[in-house]
Design a protein around this ligand. Structure first.
Ligand SMILES: Cc1cc2nc3c(=O)[nH]c(=O)nc-3n(C[C@H](O)[C@H](O)[C@H](O)COP(=O)(O)OP(=O)(O)OC[C@H]3O[C@@H](n4cnc5c(N)ncnc54)[C@H](O)[C@@H]3O)c2cc1C
Length: 462
């Protein structure tokens, strides 16, 4: 048994960042993690492995689509799936070991095992009960399932199974056109699989700016992904090594089936709080299972806090990290804060898609007067040089004050470009502030400046 100032339960991006920040603020800190490695969903079965596979297959796509145009002859390489998986495993272990190193460097104790909270101020790991002045629950999330769909992680898989299939499937059905489904759908389409995405709603990427979503769907369709929208999946059946998905089209209630080697269920994630003992403690939960917190990340039980995917909000690693830092500061008596109005979202397909702030649909619904500055990557020399002229930057600003309200980008490097807008929004900048900022040429970021110019007297290269 040991005594700590803070025990964090969960070593994902929320938990490990929180633990490191607590230690940096002088608090004696432990982090409980039940997995063999630190880093949570993100490093082990989420952000990082998916980006490794997206990176490898992006290069393959480039060879097929663009190498010959640039005079790079010699044909496409063959794919060694086992080697690609080994590359992915190396990327994961390099990153998870990095967190272990950071724990040692910052003197965070890793309590290995699954933790529970027998009482406020106590955390039980195995047979040991440790005490802490503050406990932070950062237990993350797990894939959500659908009625009628039985996941076996071989043929009918969640994202975890999809990242580690034994062989490249010839056909894949993705249920759910959200970020994870489209990223993994892209991976397998680039590897030659016939990919069909079945989505309940009438558009892909729910919640995204409508114009971007439409353009994104068009581009992905050109890359070979097929879409069945407005389709309610009724269930799956596995026979002879394949799965058949039955769905009903919402427009006419007609029933259809589609059979594939692999079915990826990518219909979202749900908070993972099993085994923590929250019921017995009486910790208040939201109707959808997230832990209820106040504006200081405090749960209904004094001394117990919660962050990340286990609480309400976008299920994103950087949102979890920001909450991890903020709650550490709250516990240390400082003023931790997360600005939920400026949390970027990125889809790491080619082209990338990124957004921050309000969508046009949200501004319309709010009845807010706004203006739109739009600039196509066709007018960006650098994008054209890498065959990525498709897509655009769309900047939304207040009609009266010119203050930036949101930005939506589909195009090369969108996931990095979005951050200049995030910084601008944090400083309460106007579109003119961005437009007056010198941007190096030739960079993709010039497209952001041009969109800002388009909010004023007009873009130059449009
Ligand atoms: C395929 C995929 C791709 C993704 N890509 C991105 C992306 O590109 N960008 C992005 O921002 N987000 C992405 N996400 C989402 C991101 O992974 C999560 O939002 C993020 O990991 C949440 O962090 P967390 O710390 O709240 O929880 P988690 O990362 O889920 O970590 C929680 C940890 O707590 C541990 N744990 C739980 N209960 C206990 C217990 N009782 N005792 C001990 N340990 C416990 C778990 O083992 C786990 O390791 C992706 C997710 C998936 C599945």
């Amino acid at each position: 048994m040991a005594e700590f100032d803070v025990i964090v339960i969960g070593g994902g991006p929320g938990g490990y960042v929180c633990a490191i920040r607590c230690a940096q603020l002088g608090l004696k800190t432990a982090c409980v993690e039940g997995r063999e490695t630190l880093g949570g969903t993100c490093l082990n079965v989420g952000c990082i492995p998916s980006k490794a596979l997206l990176n490898a297959t992006h290069h393959l796509h480039e060879v097929h689509e663009n190498f010959e145009k640039m005079g790079l002859m010699g044909g496409a390489p063959t794919v060694d799936w086992d080697k690609m998986q080994a590359y992915k495993a190396d990327v994961i272990s390099g990153n998870t070991k990095g967190i272990e190193f950071l724990f040692k460097k910052n003197k965070v104790t890793w309590l290995k095992g699954w933790g529970s909270i027998p009482a406020a101020g106590q955390v039980k790991v195995g047979e040991e009960v440790h005490t802490a002045k503050a406990i932070v629950i950062a237990s993350g999330s797990e894939p959500a399932s659908l009625p009628g769909v039985t996941v076996d992680e071989e043929i009918v898989v969640t994202s975890t199974g999809a990242l580690a299939l034994k062989a490249i499937p010839k056909s894949v059905v993705v249920i759910g056109a959200g970020v994870i489904g489209l990223e993994m759908g892209s991976v397998y389409a680039r590897l030659g699989a016939e990919v069909t995405v079945v989505e309940y709603l009438d558009a892909i990427t729910p919640g995204m700016d409508g114009e971007v979503a439409k353009s994104f769907q068009k581009i992905l369709s050109k890359q070979g992904l097929k879409f069945v929208l407005g389709a309610a999946v009724q269930g799956t059946e596995v026979a002879e090594g394949k799965a058949t998905v039955t769905y009903k089209l919402r427009k006419d209630d007609s029933t259809h089936t589609i059979t594939a080697d692999t079915v990826l269920v990518a219909t979202g994630r749900k908070p993972f709080t099993a085994g923590l003992g929250l019921d017995a403690l009486g910790v208040a939960l939201e109707p959808r299972g997230q832990i209820t917190i106040d504006s200081h990340f405090a749960t209904s039980i004094p001394g117990i806090y919660a962050i990340g995917d286990a609480v309400v909000g976008p299920m994103l690693a950087h949102k979890a990290e920001d909450e991890g830092m903020a709650v550490a500061e709250v516990i240390a008596g400082k003023h931790g804060h997360v600005n939920y109005d400026v949390i970027p979202g990125v889809i790491y397909t080619t082209p990338e898609v990124a957004n921050v702030g309000k969508t046009e649909e949200q501004l319309k619904a709010e009845g807010r007067a706004y203006k739109v500055g739009k600039f196509s990557f066709m007018g960006n020399a650098r994008a054209k040089a890498v065959f990525q002229g498709e897509g655009f930057v769309k900047l939304l600003a207040d009609k009266e004050t010119d203050r930036i309200l949101g930005c939506h980008i589909i195009g090369p490097g969108a996931g990095d470009l979005i951050h200049e807008v995030c910084v601008a929004m944090e400083f309460g900048a106007s579109a003119q502030d961005l437009a007056l900022t010198c941007h190096a040429h030739p960079t993709y970021s010039e497209a952001v400046r041009e969109a800002a110019l388009a909010c004023g007297d007009g873009a130059i290269h449009a």
